[in-house]
Design a protein around this ligand. Structure first.
Ligand SMILES: [Zn+2]
Length: 440
């Protein structure tokens, strides 16, 4: 068996933390200078906030700079067509455009220069390598190639030297056939889809754990890959290891991913600086606590993002990882700010409920959180499915779930027990919250 090297880029991946911070500061200074001189919008924002390039002396000084969000990207593209006035490189340098449509349906462009694209794919190769992908793997890329930034990630696998199979977003029977025919060893989907795909195979009389060669599944787009109960179920179904990845359409296909220690997602600190803040006050939260992820791209020049509010709720650690890599690790994505439910003053994420539902052997694992209103108070009902073979007392089962919720989440939701397969299965990202309250 070929002995492969341990790291993709040892020097960068194992850099002492003080060196990472020095590197970030020098890149960040260049980036603030670049955005201030090249982007009319950033210049106006900085001027209005009374800050400029000379105000950035330490990494912490970044806090003085204003933040932007998805709405700004969209509105600036409309105000200054075709690509918005946050871009900092001439169009002739652009080689690739990804776009996300979001809820309004207006595609917002995220351009890349040749160097940006090279950085994106080199980082992707680094992540794949850290998750254990090697040249003797066969990688089936089952993500959408149309404008979606996750599409070109397949090039990262080619850089690793794996045999890449460009599956794309295709019907599940065809995907299963591809995985089986060419004995793919690795694939990438959302956690919901990995689950659905495995169940579909089983329904067709194929045991994915026995009849496929899949040994690793990369997942992204939903919190599931870092929820132990969800991960455990998908791993058992496929007889494979699940690695969680996190990406953002406005930066890279993946900005963080799990190494083989599978203990958090290593962030690309040499490309992107992160802050985690209280979404209400904007104050930084201590390491380990949940808050909104704010990103600053420190290398990407086509359309740099300075203090971009992602709306994703995360927590992180800078503790050393057993793999020897020094870049900080996210403890997974706890949820989207948009999906956060406030029930009796408690912040509840669907991922909290998922932990409970997927740990109960009498439930199928599918669930939906429904919010209604009673006496001006938000009421949460969790719809779950009993397994096919469940013969026990349904009231006792409902009460057992409520007690778990009380213990773990701090609230006692109503439970609606449904028959198996009553809820819709997701082929992409699952919709976990249904808000039935009347909007004012
Ligand atoms: Zn690690």
């Amino acid at each position: 068996m070929t002995e492969y090297r341990k790291y993709w880029d040892e020097e960068t991946e194992t850099m002492p933390r003080e060196k990472i911070r020095e590197f970030q500061l020098s890149k960040m200074k260049e980036m603030i200078e670049l955005t201030y001189t090249k982007s009319p919008y950033y210049k106006k924002l900085f001027d209005e906030a009374g800050v400029g390039p000379s105000d950035l002396k330490h990494l912490d000084d970044l806090k003085k700079f204003p933040s932007i969000d998805k709405k700004d990207l969209r509105s600036r593209q409309q105000a200054a067509p075709d690509f918005g006035d946050l871009i900092c490189a001439p169009e002739e340098d652009f080689v690739y455009l990804s776009a996300s449509s979001g809820s309004t349906g207006v595609p917002t462009a995220s351009p890349f220069t040749a160097q940006d694209f090279e950085d994106f794919q080199d980082f992707q190769a680094r992540l794949f390598w850290s998750s254990g992908m090697r040249p003797n793997d066969r990688y089936c890329h089952a993500l959408n190639f149309t404008l979606f930034v996750g599409g070109p990630d397949v090039i990262g696998a080619m850089k690793v030297g794996a045999l890449t199979i460009w599956g794309g977003a295709i019907p599940s029977d065809r995907l299963l056939s591809i995985l089986k025919t060419w004995r793919a060893t690795i694939t990438w989907t959302t956690p919901s889809y990995a689950w659905f795909l495995g169940e579909t195979a089983k329904e067709n009389g194929i045991d994915p754990a026995k009849e496929f060669a899949i040994k690793k599944i990369f997942v992204a787009g939903e919190p599931g890959g870092s929820i132990p109960e969800t991960k455990k179920n998908i791993e058992a179904l496929w007889g494979a290891d699940v690695y969680d990845y996190y990406g953002l359409s406005d930066i890279f296909g993946a900005c963080a991913g799990m190494c083989e220690a599978k203990d958090g997602l290593h962030w690309a600190e040499d490309h992107i600086y992160i802050e985690v803040v209280d979404p209400d006050t904007g104050e930084e939260v201590p390491e380990g606590e949940r808050g909104e992820l704010i990103l600053t791209s420190i290398k990407k020049v086509a359309r740099p993002l300075i203090r971009f509010r992602t709306g994703d709720i995360v927590s992180y650690t800078t503790e050393p990882c057993s793999c020897g890599r020094t870049h900080l690790r996210l403890h997974g994505i706890h949820g989207r700010l948009d999906d956060m439910m406030i029930i009796k003053g408690v912040n509840v994420f669907p991922s909290d409920i998922e932990t409970i539902v997927r740990d109960n052997e009498n439930l199928t694992g599918e669930y939906v959180c429904v919010i209604t209103e009673e006496k001006h108070m938000a009421v949460l009902t969790v719809e779950v499915e009993k397994t096919d073979g469940f013969q026990g007392d349904t009231d006792a089962l409902a009460s057992e779930i409520q007690t778990e919720c009380q213990k773990i989440v701090g609230i006692r939701p109503k439970i609606k027990l449904l028959e198996a397969k009553s809820l819709t299965r997701a082929t992409h990202k699952a919709k976990r919250v249904r808000d039935e309250r009347k909007k004012a």
